[in-house]
Design a protein around this ligand. Structure first.
Ligand SMILES: NC(=O)c1ccc[n+]([C@@H]2O[C@H](COP(=O)([O-])OP(=O)(O)OC[C@H]3O[C@@H](n4cnc5c(N)ncnc54)[C@H](OP(=O)(O)O)[C@@H]3O)[C@@H](O)[C@H]2O)c1
Length: 319
């Protein structure tokens, strides 16, 4: 997709850990990108900070990446990387809707499912893709980002429906244009499998780390948590069978245990959100799963229990 001179190739909505990670590597690769901040107060704070303080294995730098906010956006957006939390997406997009080209490329780089359908409904002519990453980043302060762990990023049609109209060639071109070294983005021929498996693993780990208030690895030595994992997995396998997605989650129980072991020291993002009094992504993870099951006439008692518990804890946090 072409841009007028001076317009950035990519605009990035959500200057948090992941959005800043992509923006910083783009800048280090000499690619013009632009961060879209929430409002004028955020933009002023960003400018006062002088940009993003970025720490990677190689170095720590202060990168003055071009930034704007809805009030100062001055050009049509043709390629937008969306890196807000799932539940923040629609409000964030609404704030810049007037600037988004009807046929824009919109890439959601975030966890959870069900948001892309809402985005597509707001932008019926846009190409909406979803990306899933295992890169790890965190903010040590508001505009300071640490690249904590290397991973992989896959991109593709934003749907768990195996058949979609998005061509692999389109996804490949977009993946290449988002591959700011050392970040590598690849187009997936079977994004449905990637998304479904990721959702399943998130459902089996994230809410349980909140329920048991523990790091990922501690789930493995807690008999009650292990029972919950088995129940969550069984329910997902039952739903997967009904949706003909069971081939995507073969060996799920073992995969969940492996992920918990390989990320043993991590505090899941859901646990961190709860501990910081923030909203979690439960609605786009376990909530999405339970709603999908309900459409199939299935109830998933353990997943529903976990969904209700996280909502209850979030509400208590707000008081
Ligand atoms: N961090 C990781 O290592 C990692 C790894 C894999 C996947 N993910 C997924 O990636 C997504 C982003 O995660 P993250 O860790 O980067 O979250 P984050 O640090 O909380 O970043 C979200 C950003 O979105 C911004 N935002 C929210 N509403 C906005 C609005 N209306 N307008 C403009 N900006 C808005 C937030 O701004 P404020 O600061 O003003 O609230 C924040 O900067 C999540 O789905 C997460 O699950 C993260």
């Amino acid at each position: 997709m072409t841009n007028k001179a001076n317009n950035p190739a990519w605009s990035i909505l959500g200057a948090g850990a992941i959005g800043s990670l992509w923006a910083c590597y783009a800048q280090n690769n000499g690619q013009a990108v632009e961060l879209i901040l929430r409002d004028q107060a955020s933009l002023a704070a960003y400018q006062a900070h002088g940009g993003i303080s970025f720490s990677s294995e190689q170095q720590t730098q202060l990168l003055n990446i071009s930034a704007c906010c809805p009030e100062t956006l001055a050009h049509p957006i043709q390629q937008l990387l969306i890196t807000t939390k799932a539940q923040q997406t629609i409000a964030a997009l609404q704030s810049i809707k007037a600037h988004i080209h009807p046929k824009a490329h919109l890439v959601l780089l975030q966890n959870g499912l069900g948001i892309t359908e809402q985005v597509q409904a707001h932008f019926p002519q846009a190409l909406v893709l979803q990306a899933s990453t295992t890169e790890g980043a965190y903010r040590s302060s508001r505009f300071a980002v640490v690249h904590a762990g290397r991973g992989q990023t896959l991109i593709g049609a934003a749907s768990i429906e195996p058949r979609t109209n998005t061509s692999l060639a389109q996804s490949t071109a977009i993946a290449e244009s988002l591959s700011f070294a050392p970040l590598q983005v690849a187009a997936s021929e079977n994004m449905a499998a990637v998304l479904w498996r990721k959702l399943a693993i998130n459902c089996a780990i994230n809410p349980l780390t909140v329920l048991h208030r523990c790091r990922n690895g501690e789930l493995l030595s807690n008999p009650a948590a292990l029972t919950h994992i088995s129940q969550v997995v069984d329910e997902i396998l039952q739903l997967s069978k009904q949706l003909h997605l069971d081939q995507y989650v073969e060996g799920l129980q073992q995969q969940v245990l492996d992920v918990a072991r390989n990320t043993a020291n991590n505090r899941s993002s859901m646990l961190q959100d709860i501990e910081s009094g923030r909203e979690t992504e439960i609605d786009a993870i376990t909530g999405y799963l339970c709603r999908l099951a309900a459409k199939q006439g299935l109830t998933l008692p353990t997943n529903q229990f976990l969904y209700d518990e996280i909502q209850r804890i979030t509400a208590l946090n707000r008081r």
